[in-house]
Design a protein around this ligand. Structure first.
Ligand code: F6P
Length: 373
């Protein structure tokens, strides 16, 4: 009997998701003669059995389109809010998996999705995942689809900010997404020629940033572009966070856990608007005018780049190949030009921050970019 595949997209949307759905769909259905159905809005749609047909011509014309034709959500199977209350919907998901006679569920997502997928694997379901996120921070894959497109958008934005910063002799701080990883800010910062790049992996000293900007002024450059990752933070805040994290690991009583949680919440509040706070500090320390641009969701929108279409299609097609060989419980990872299965246990819960000895960091330093340290 033909294998029956279910597929869903979960977490934040990302350019290349439709290319991946098409890749999995065309290869499973068209090439291997399997059958495929989609579930709407991530794990919520699977829990509610909201099915979307993916046969016939549904997969045509979606390669170049941004977002996801299946819709997405950040819902977790074991913690789903319904009518204001939180429920464990794992059993409903298992029931719908069985009711639809699925042989495998394909989950397209980032770090959170890998964890949810592992939980379902541990409940006995056949699961395969694909690594998607603009943040590029999924463990054990060289790349995630969505990153290249977002990198292009962020770089173009820095190019545009350059001319206005230059004309007004201003500091422009551009906040770039990436969650707790600095791949996007570092890549776009280098490609766009930012004068300062601030990353979560390298807590910064605002005085060092101000000195780098004053030094540019001394050399006749009265404007500066500061590319700041959304997760970047000053050294003092980073130290406080690390201390609170250590306490969290050691907390045993409910009281201790609540206290650490409220401390971490307070620190997160302090981190909100950090780009704005940075601009105020830099104005004070340099005497220059500063402005903030938060790129936000524009980085996730629109058509995927050629590189993302290619990556998503080849990972999708490799996924179909693994299903054909009954290889389950894995993420399809990009390793150079190859697509290889890696166990979900090794991926889930592990992030991929920018290593401090990564060549991009050295590259940035070599071209005179200040990294705030
Ligand atoms: O993971 C992708 C991402 O865009 C991150 O860069 C960002 O921190 C987060 O999603 C935003 O999440 P949401 O879509 O839930 O606001």
């Amino acid at each position: 009997m033909a294998k029956q595949i279910g597929i869903l997209t979960a977490g934040g949307d990302s350019p290349g998701l439709n290319a991946a759905i098409r890749g999995v769909g065309k290869a499973t259905d068209g090439y291997y003669g399997m059958r495929i159905i989609g579930f709407r809005d991530g794990f919520r749609g699977l829990a509610e059995n909201r099915i979307q047909r993916l046969d016939g011509d549904v997969l045509s014309g979606i390669l170049t389109i941004g977002g996801t034709i299946l819709g997405t959500s950040r819902d977790k199977p074991h913690k789903m809010t319904i009518g204001g209350k939180v429920y464990d919907m794992t059993d409903a998901i298992i029931e719908n998996y069985q009711a639809n006679h699925l042989d495998v569920l394909v989950c397209l997502g980032g770090g959170g999705t890998q964890k949810n997928a592992l939980r379902l694997k541990q409940k006995g379901l056949n699961i395969i995942t694909l690594p998607k996120t603009i943040d590029n921070d999924v463990a054990l894959t060289d790349a995630t689809f969505g990153f290249d497109t977002a990198l292009g958008i962020a770089t173009e934005s820095i190019d545009r900010l350059h001319s206005t910063a230059h004309s007004h002799h201003r500091i422009i701080i551009v906040e770039i997404m990436g969650h707790r990883a600095g791949w996007l800010a570092l890549g776009a910062g280098i490609a766009g020629g930012a004068d300062v790049i601030l990353l979560p992996e390298l807590p910064y000293d605002v005085n060092a940033v101000a000195e780098a900007i004053r030094n540019r002024v001394r050399h006749g450059k009265k404007f500066s572009i500061v590319a700041v990752a959304e997760g970047a933070m000053p050294k003092e805040l980073a130290n406080q966070q690390m201390a609170a994290q250590r306490l969290k690991e050691r907390a045993t009583t409910k009281e201790e856990k609540n206290q650490v949680k409220s401390e971490l919440d307070t620190l997160e509040q302090q981190h909100r608007n950090h780009a704005l706070q940075l601009s105020i500090h830099l104005e004070e320390l340099t005497g220059l005018e500063a402005r903030v641009t938060i790129l936000g969701y524009v980085q996730r929108g629109g058509a995927p780049s050629a590189a993302d279409r290619l990556l998503a299609t080849r990972l999708g097609s490799a996924c179909a190949n693994f299903i054909n060989q009954d290889v389950y419980g894995v993420m399809v990872a990009a390793h150079g030009d190859r697509a290889e299965p890696v166990p979900l246990e090794d991926v889930a819960g592990n992030r991929r921050p920018v290593p401090l000895d990564h060549p991009w960091i050295e590259t940035a330093r070599h071209v005179g970019t200040n990294l705030g340290d």
